[in-house]
Write a protein that binds this ligand. Structure first.
Ligand SMILES: C[S@@+](CC[C@H](N)C(=O)[O-])C[C@H]1O[C@@H](n2cnc3c(N)ncnc32)[C@H](O)[C@@H]1O
Length: 620
């Protein structure tokens, strides 16, 4: 074993994506961003649940830990000057001098995704282990290395459970050393256990954040995520929708800003993910969050349109592609077999929709007190699960995230778990809507592999527009919409804002996204033809195939992380790919968080809109 002392991983980008971003952001800026993306932000941001505990108390507690455990290596924690519920823990750049010799040749190798979380301060859990040296016992010091997938591959070349021998240090296998840790279990247990901490880091190429486990009323959350929730300005007692809510970081922040009064309807496309939101709300003792499984692109209940579409499909669907036709046939077969069960489920969904509509008439308080669907049996089961499973944050809050709930009475006040989803919501149902769109996630840090392709960026941007369309219909006149992403891709950010401002110019206007922590958005248009040109020029065979089949057949998404599976970049959608951004004035209202900027945050984008009047029928 000969670990390199410097942490200088070379991260390959798709050539076309790189040229697209270089042209958009300018070469030097993109180079700086690339450098920033391979390391975690130096500071850790703690979100304080100020309904339970004061930020001053948290600052005091954290600083007490700093002085005890990491004397001299950290500056003191402080409340963020513009974000009152955020406590910032500054970190010092590491000198990179790791004493690998102390490990005496013992080593563990972990998956790349685990490694990225560890670089943000998480311990190494058993499932993240890939290989390790022979004869490792609890208490041993071990060198820690990450196995990196080669460009274009999803497998790093090492089978879990392997013995680390010279062969696994072959130059053909990409390995990155990130520090030294202490084993918490034996080699055998590392591969036998499906949970539990396998190794705790003692020295890392990046400073390890102050441990926050056990701190009451705090959770780790990226600063821009907190800013996004604040910029929506949700009012206590109002009715708010979070369209893409799991795992619930922003939904819970919204509830906190609303002083846990009113209702936050939180949607996500899978039941498991919707349940994550409920779990986090329970942990934090927030009672107003109602989580549903729902495809938010279909969240607007437009009676006429949905009936028309249903009829069209039943008639054989002149508009359907062969692929859609086949999918429809499969669905019909399944639904026929489902028989009585389906009738029951539909009744449950109708009931839920009725309750939600009823809520419209009776006001927020009534709905909060009477959740759409109650299923006490499942609620109990879920609570048991929550007690067994540690809480995790994913999505924007990648890396270690320890939701430390300051709640004594959570099981008394937690809303029951919701098992069925309503069919949708009538237009203008909400006072405020948050759309934290699934995106290409090019702003997340650290990222040791970048696999995004032009097609993927195009799909993500178009998917965001679909969700934005729904969002605009769901807000009431006078209400607010907050759009955010964790990507640096302008097609998903500024070009999406342009799309919505142009399409709904008569009823939507940009308003300042505040507090103002990030920088201005991009002005003008993409200088070399935008994502469509990028797609056309794309070098890989796969991309060319994707570009050449536009509008003809489905293209599967290629990434697993929150991959928005759009069918295809269709002919009708091509026009949307031309890439106009913002005017000077508009750019000054949105916020673009640059990962290489002085704030040292993840890459993020925030835009706030106000709906001035109803969307006219022709726009629907
Ligand atoms: C960026 S993450 C959201 C993070 C979340 N807002 C938070 O702060 O914790 C995007 C989420 O959108 C969900 N999603 C993707 N497509 C969706 C759809 N059509 N309807 C609802 N949710 C969707 C994904 O499952 C994922 O959980």
């Amino acid at each position: 074993m000969s670990p390199a002392m410097d942490f200088e991983p070379r991260v390959h980008w798709d050539v076309s994506v790189q040229s697209y971003l270089e042209a958009a952001l300018e070469a030097q800026r993109f180079q700086d961003i690339q450098k920033a993306l391979i390391r975690p932000p130096l500071s850790t941001c703690l979100r304080v649940n100020s309904l339970r505990v004061s930020t001053e108390a948290v600052v005091k507690q954290v600083n007490a830990r700093v002085s005890r455990q990491q004397r001299g290596s950290h500056n003191l924690a402080a409340v963020h000057p513009l974000v009152p519920d955020a406590v910032m823990l500054p970190g010092q750049p590491s000198d990179g001098c790791i004493d690998y010799a102390a490990a005496g040749g013992k080593e563990v190798r972990i998956t790349r995704k685990t490694g990225e979380a560890v670089l943000r301060g998480a311990p190494i859990y058993a499932p993240g282990m890939l290989a390790c040296s022979a004869h490792i016992n609890a208490g041993d010091l071990v060198a820690v290395s990450i196995a990196i997938e080669p460009p274009g591959s999803e497998w790093c070349g090492i089978t879990r459970g392997s013995l680390l021998t010279e062969a696994l240090n072959a130059p053909s296998l990409r390995t990155l050393y990130i520090g030294v840790g202490r084993a918490q279990m034996s080699r055998a247990d590392m591969f036998r256990q499906s949970s539990g901490t396998a190794v705790v880091m003692e020295q890392s190429v990046f400073p390890m954040p102050v441990p926050v486990q056990g701190l009451q009323g705090v959770m780790i959350q990226n600063l821009p995520s907190i800013v996004a929730a604040m910029a929506l300005q949700p009012k206590p007692g109002s009715r708010v929708l979070d369209m893409c809510a799991a795992p619930g970081g922003k939904a819970t922040m919204l509830a906190q800003l609303m002083r846990d009064q009113g209702v936050v309807v939180a949607l996500d496309r899978s039941q498991a993910k919707a349940s994550q939101v409920t779990s986090l709300a329970n942990e934090l003792g927030l009672t107003i969050i109602q989580a549903f499984r729902m495809d938010a692109t279909r969240a607007v209940l437009l009676e006429k349109r949905s009936r028309g579409k249903q009829q069209e499909q039943q008639q054989g669907g002149g508009q359907l592609t062969p692929e859609e036709w086949e999918q429809q046939q499969q669905r019909l077969a399944v639904s026929a077999a489902a028989g009585a069960e389906k009738v029951q489920k539909r009744a449950a969904r109708k009931h839920a929709a009725r309750v939600l509509r009823g809520f419209e008439q009776s006001g927020p308080k009534a709905s909060a007190a009477q959740p759409p669907i109650q299923d006490h049996h499942n609620h109990q089961q879920q609570q048991q699960q929550q007690q067994q499973e540690p809480s995790r944050l994913e999505g924007h809050e990648s890396g270690s995230a320890h939701a430390a709930a300051a709640v004594q009475h959570q099981h008394e006040v937690a809303p029951p778990a919701l098992q069925a989803s309503p069919e949708g919501f009538p237009p203008e149902s909400f006072d405020a809507v948050l759309l934290d769109a699934p995106c290409s996630a090019l702003g997340l840090r650290p990222r040791l592999v970048q696999s995004a392709t032009p097609l993927y960026l195009a799909q993500c941007g178009l998917y965001a527009r679909k969700l934005l369309d729904a969002a605009v219909h769901l807000i009431r006149p006078g209400g607010r919409l907050l759009f955010s992403t964790c990507t640096i891709s302008p097609f998903e950010n500024e070009a999406s804002v342009r799309y919505i401002l142009d399409k709904f110019s008569h009823c939507i206007r940009l308003v300042p996204a505040e507090p103002r922590v990030g920088g201005a958005g991009l002005v003008g248009r993409h200088p070399s033809g935008g994502i469509q040109a990028c797609l056309n020029n794309s070098s890989t065979e796969r991309e060319q195939r994707g570009a050449s089949v536009q509008g003809q057949e489905g293209v599967q998404c290629q990434n697993s992380h929150d991959a928005p599976c759009m069918r295809a970049v269709g002919d009708g959608e091509k026009a949307q790919c031309s890439e106009a951004w913002l005017s000077e004035e508009e750019a000054s209202l949105v916020q673009r968080f640059d990962p290489s900027g002085p704030q040292d945050t993840i890459g993020f984008f925030v835009a706030a809109f106000e709906k001035t009047q109803s969307v006219c029928q022709t726009q629907q």
